[in-house]
Design a binder for this molecule. Structure first.
Ligand SMILES: [Zn+2]
Length: 477
């Protein structure tokens, strides 16, 4: 490949960090806890399978970020980025019809990462610094979204050349299919997911309306790939999986969160009033009612949202796997209505999962926000504890840091609140903003008053660390 050798995992990670830092600042970046919980759950399950199959070395696991970034973009796309970051568009979530299909795309992308395909592509440009390579990749991503704007971003006629350089080769695509298929089945997903997704993409290709399916541009359907897939399909029993109620609701959630204009929301709410809805499948009804409840809440039409929630609860009374999503929806509506007591009532286990007894991210976040709204002393210190444990396990969880900051503020612990806010910025690799917050905290300390000496020494240490990271970032070019 080219003249450059493959780049090291740590250089690739630095490129990935530079890209991620920009994505986190993009207004379309979203960290919806419910969708993130779903997508990350699939990702972790696939990673475990890749580990078992020896596709994921310990060295790579330690060097890379393995973070999911969700994007409100409506186009059907998922993309492996350098350094173990994986972008997933809400447009993809809205269009797949089962968890297995979603897992098949993610398994393919994961395999591009584990097979070090990205290192081979970017290795060709290894004479350029990580910042420049990151800028090129960001430019190519923007180009797949909006061809005209991106051409302006990248000087002259370079855009097409860069895009070409960043595309995976046909052999890489076939390898990612083969390895991805193995990982998917190892993870106990239905292998039909791979086939139905493939058919869906092929079909879409026929009606390709420029930009609707950028996935196909970066992963072209070659005859060889199609032949491989047909051979795999012949080994499968016919049609053994059916779409699930939970997936239908989550797909509608992705739709609602990526269609935020008033007109789209109104259409989504109206779909629930269609008299023919009761004739359609349970899966379809659940999706429509769930989406309508969310959209009504977003329009602050809470009476309608609550009525739809009640309808949904009636419809899914005997569908056990849907219970958790209904609990979360109920809590979410109550929070939006500004009724923290109702949130706590609708989350009988607080931040903990009903089955596991362990904190789950969406539950934890809703519960912590309700506790902060209610502002009572004992629950606040419990929330602080739960969130402290959470960020100790997931230090890159910016949203958890922000919630912890809000809890501290409600407790009147100003210094800790500012530090948690700074940690949230650092989690999204914005060390300049993180440092700014800590400097504000240091100013607060200088102005005297009651000082927590432990917190003060943590702030000084972290400020030095962030300064160092900031200097590293500026030396990369
Ligand atoms: Zn691919």
């Amino acid at each position: 490949m080219g003249d450059g050798a493959d780049m090291s995992a740590s250089v690739e990670r630095r490129i990935g960090d530079n890209i991620a830092r920009q994505i986190y600042r993009d207004p379309d970046y979203t960290d919806d806890p419910v969708l993130m919980d779903y997508v990350r759950g699939i990702w972790l399950r696939l990673m475990q399978a890749a580990r078992l199959r020896g596709e994921l070395s310990q060295e790579l696991e330690e060097a890379f970020a393995w973070e999911i970034v969700l994007d409100r973009d409506r186009s059907v796309n998922a993309f492996a980025l350098p350094g173990g970051y994986m972008g997933v568009n809400l447009g993809l979530l809205a269009v797949v019809t089962s968890e297995d299909e979603l897992a098949s795309v993610m398994a393919h992308e994961l395999s591009h990462v584990t097979q070090r395909h990205i290192a081979r592509l970017t290795g060709q440009s290894s004479k350029q610094g990580p910042l420049l390579i990151a800028a090129m990749i960001l430019g190519a991503m923007a180009a797949s979204r909006n061809p005209q704007a991106a051409t302006a971003m990248i000087a002259g006629g370079q855009a097409a050349a860069i895009q070409g350089q960043l595309n995976f080769s046909r052999d890489m695509e076939r390898e990612a299919d083969r390895v991805g298929y193995g990982v998917l089945t190892q993870a106990d997903y239905a292998p039909e997911g791979f086939v139905t997704m493939f058919e869906k993409l092929q079909q879409a290709n026929r009606f390709n309306d420029l930009g609707g399916f950028p996935y196909l541009r970066s992963h072209p359907m070659t005859t060889a790939r199609i032949a491989d897939m047909q051979a795999r399909q012949q080994l499968l029993p016919p049609n053994t999986f059916s779409p699930s109620v939970t997936h239908a609701m989550l797909a509608m959630r992705a739709h609602v969160l990526s269609h935020i204009d008033t007109e789209s929301r109104r259409t989504t709410v109206q779909a629930a009033a269609n008299p023919q809805l009761s004739q359609s499948t349970l899966v379809r009804q659940a999706g429509v009612l769930y989406g309508a409840a969310l959209a009504a809440s977003a329009q602050r039409d809470f009476a309608v949202a609550e009525r739809l929630l009640g309808q949904l609860q009636g419809l899914l009374r005997d569908v056990a796997p849907a219970a958790r999503l209904l609990r979360l929806l109920g809590a979410e509506l109550a929070l939006a209505e500004g009724k923290p007591a109702l949130v706590l009532e609708r989350l009988p286990n607080g931040p903990l999962g009903q089955l596991s007894g362990k904190p789950l991210r969406p539950e934890l976040f809703l519960w912590a926000q309700a506790v902060t709204q209610a502002g009572q002393t004992a629950p606040l210190s419990q929330a602080a504890q739960q969130l402290q444990t959470w960020v100790a396990n997931w230090p890159r969880d910016a949203q958890a840091w922000q919630l912890l900051s809000a809890v501290y503020a409600a407790q009147g612990q100003g210094l800790s609140a500012v530090r948690a806010d700074a940690e949230g910025r650092a989690a999204q690799l914005d060390f300049a903003a993180a440092l700014n917050r800590l400097k504000a905290a240091q100013d607060m300390m200088r102005q005297g008053g009651k000082i927590d000496h432990i917190e003060a020494s943590i702030i000084d240490t972290r400020a030095r660390e962030f300064e160092l990271r900031l200097r590293e970032q500026s030396l990369q070019r």
